[in-house]
Design a protein around this ligand. Structure first.
Ligand SMILES: NC(=O)c1ccc[n+]([C@@H]2O[C@H](COP(=O)([O-])OP(=O)(O)OC[C@H]3O[C@@H](n4cnc5c(N)ncnc54)[C@H](OP(=O)(O)O)[C@@H]3O)[C@@H](O)[C@H]2O)c1
Length: 249
């Protein structure tokens, strides 16, 4: 029986590439999307192998993760070996003093819910099965912002820091059960999310990256596919900086 993986936010960008690479690695993939079913169908058409299924859920809603986990466990015979929480929003919270309390608070809460809490709830709901099978993966697509912070994006940075520390804490708790937990911390990746800043400041952004380009979704996806193999068992607990050496020097 093929191993199975749930990828949130698989309709576009990094999530789509992750789904493609996991399918290539032999996984049966649960492709989660927020609202863009057509794009999710396009992702499915790119996947090797068969029987990959689509699941819609608004993970910015408190009950979104519970409905998603229930549907995936039902369709996948109670088995999810790998959870990749990738769905996310990058919203500017601006300087604290520039926004009304209501506006600032609503923006932060939306990102904490989608970027962090939904993935934490999914882990909570899927880990018992992984414990029974004595193997599994929880992989958080976080961000370099979650390590160093980001001016005007304090809410986003905080949600990404939460993902990173959640992965570290779970790694300690779940290692005795054979479950590896990782966070990936990319800088700029060429997707819809970064299209605006890259169009406006692309040359300046690339000039700060020693490798000379921003990451492609494949740079992230190939890493996830490898982390989803037993070869990465002993690496559990790591946050992997995928930044073309731009965090150094
Ligand atoms: N791009 C970058 O430069 C970059 C850098 C560092 C980290 N990251 C992180 O990488 C992850 C993927 O980013 P990306 O660049 O691939 O983003 P993207 O192209 O904007 O795709 C975002 C994905 O999240 C889903 N999503 C958005 N709102 C949702 C909601 N309310 N409920 C459920 N799903 C929702 C979207 O689904 P629908 O389209 O179906 O709505 C889509 O599949 C994010 O967590 C992001 O923070 C990105």
């Amino acid at each position: 029986m093929a191993k199975t993986a749930l990828v949130t936010g698989a309709s576009r960008g990094i999530g789509r590439a992750i789904a493609v690479h996991l399918a290539r690695g032999g996984f049966r993939v649960a492709l989660h999307y927020g609202s863009n079913r057509t794009a999710a169908e396009e992702t499915r058409a790119l996947l090797e192998g068969g029987d990959h299924l689509l699941f819609a859920a608004d993970l910015a809603q408190e009950n979104g993760a519970a409905g998603l986990a229930e549907a995936v466990l039902r369709e996948f015979d109670g088995r999810v070996d790998v959870l990749v929480h990738n769905a996310g929003l990058y919203l500017e919270t601006a300087l604290l003093q520039e926004r009304s309390t209501e506006e600032w608070s609503a923006t932060v809460r939306k990102m904490m819910q989608l970027n962090f809490l939904a993935g934490a709830d999914l882990a909570h709901l899927l880990v018992p099965e992984m414990i029974q099978r004595r193997w599994g993966r929880i992989i958080q697509i976080a961000s370099r912002s979650g390590i160093r912070g980001e001016s005007r994006f304090s809410g986003y940075s905080a949600s990404k820091a939460a993902q990173i520390n959640f992965a570290k804490s779970l790694a300690v708790e779940l290692a005795p059960h054979g479950i590896g937990c990782f966070a990936i911390a990319p800088g700029w990746v060429d997707t819809d999310m970064s299209a605006g800043p890259l169009a406006e400041h692309g040359d300046a952004i690339r000039a700060e990256i020693p490798v000379g380009r921003v990451a492609s979704p494949e740079d992230i996806a190939q890493l996830v596919a490898w982390l989803a193999t037993p070869a990465a068992d002993y690496l559990t607990g790591n946050t992997i900086d995928v930044n073309g050496a731009s965090s150094l020097g």
